[in-house]
Design a protein around this ligand. Structure first.
Ligand SMILES: [Zn+2]
Length: 115
C-alpha cells in the first residue's frame, strides 16, 4: 500500500466535497483502517500532514480509527481478534470460524464548518 497515494486520494475526496459546498471548510476527516488493509497508519498520518501543511486545507486533521483483524466462531458466535494468524476460536477451540472484519479502508465521516 502506498500511503502517499492514499493520503492524496483522501484529500481529493475532501476537496471535491468542499467544492460542492460554497465557502465551507473541512476540519476533520475520520478514516477507518483495518489491520489487513496493509496500511501503515503512522506513515499515512505523516503523508497526510505533509500534504495538508501549507495547502488551503490547513489545518485539516486526520483521525484514524484502527480495526483489528477479527473472526466470528460458527459454533459459539464469539467474535475474536486474530493474533499471529491463529484462526481457532479462543472460547470453544472450534476451527469453524469466518472472517468478521479487519480489511476496512474507508472515510467514515467528514467534519465541516459552514461559513
Ligand atoms: Zn467458538
Amino acid at each position: 500500500m502506498h500511503e502517499l497515494g492514499l493520503a492524496t486520494n483522501i484529500l481529493e475526496t475532501v476537496q471535491a466535497e468542499m467544492a460542492r459546498r460554497d465557502g465551507a471548510h473541512a476540519v476533520k476527516v475520520e478514516l477507518r483502517v483495518g489491520e489487513l488493509s496493509a496500511v501503515d497508519k503512522d506513515s499515512l498520518q505523516f503523508c497526510f500532514d505533509s500534504l495538508v501543511k501549507g495547502s488551503d486545507l490547513e489545518p485539516l486533521e486526520l483521525c484514524i480509527e484502527w480495526r483489528p483483524h477479527t473472526r466470528r466462531c460458527q459454533a459459539c458466535e464469539k467474535v475474536f481478534e486474530v493474533v499471529d494468524y491463529n484462526l481457532v476460536c479462543p472460547q470453544c477451540a472450534s476451527t469453524d470460524t469466518q472472517f468478521a472484519g479487519g480489511d476496512e479502508l474507508e472515510i467514515v465521516s467528514l467534519e465541516i464548518e459552514e461559513p
